[in-house]
Write a protein that binds this ligand. Structure first.
Ligand code: SF4
Length: 114
């Protein structure tokens, strides 16, 4: 049985509205995307949605440090990753791109983002 889903592409600020037809858990038709990135986003979104997670960690000295995952991670793993992030208290100094946790999920690292 086919099911229609409406998505907003988050791959760029344009935010195209995309209609996906899903059959047996797989995208069989994608419409509304303006580029191939949108098609890939929609195909992945209906099977296994992923996002780049952004958060902060508290350094040992008390400062809040912005962090993010170096690649999108499964949305179903976000709570587990947040639990792990809460236990991270790095020492300063740090610079953008420093890896705080290697392979925190799906091969993505937790890195300093700003
Ligand atoms: S489909 Fe392409 S142009 Fe549209 S929001 Fe996604 S990435 Fe941007």
């Amino acid at each position: 049985m086919k099911e229609k889903r409406s998505l907003t592409c988050v791959e760029c600020p344009i935010g195209c509205s995309i209609e996906v037809e899903v059959e047996n858990g797989v995208a069989v038709s994608v419409k509304g995307n303006s580029c191939p990135r949108g098609k890939l986003y929609a195909e992945n979104e209906v099977v296994c949605p992923k996002r780049v997670l952004t958060s902060t960690v508290r350094a040992k000295s008390g400062e809040m440090i912005p962090v993010k995952t170096s690649a999108p991670v499964k949305k179903t793993e976000l709570m587990n990753i947040m639990k792990e992030i809460k236990a991270v208290h790095p020492e300063l100094p740090l610079k953008i791109g420093d890896i705080l946790v290697k392979d925190i999920s799906d091969g993505a690292n937790l890195v300093v983002s700003g």
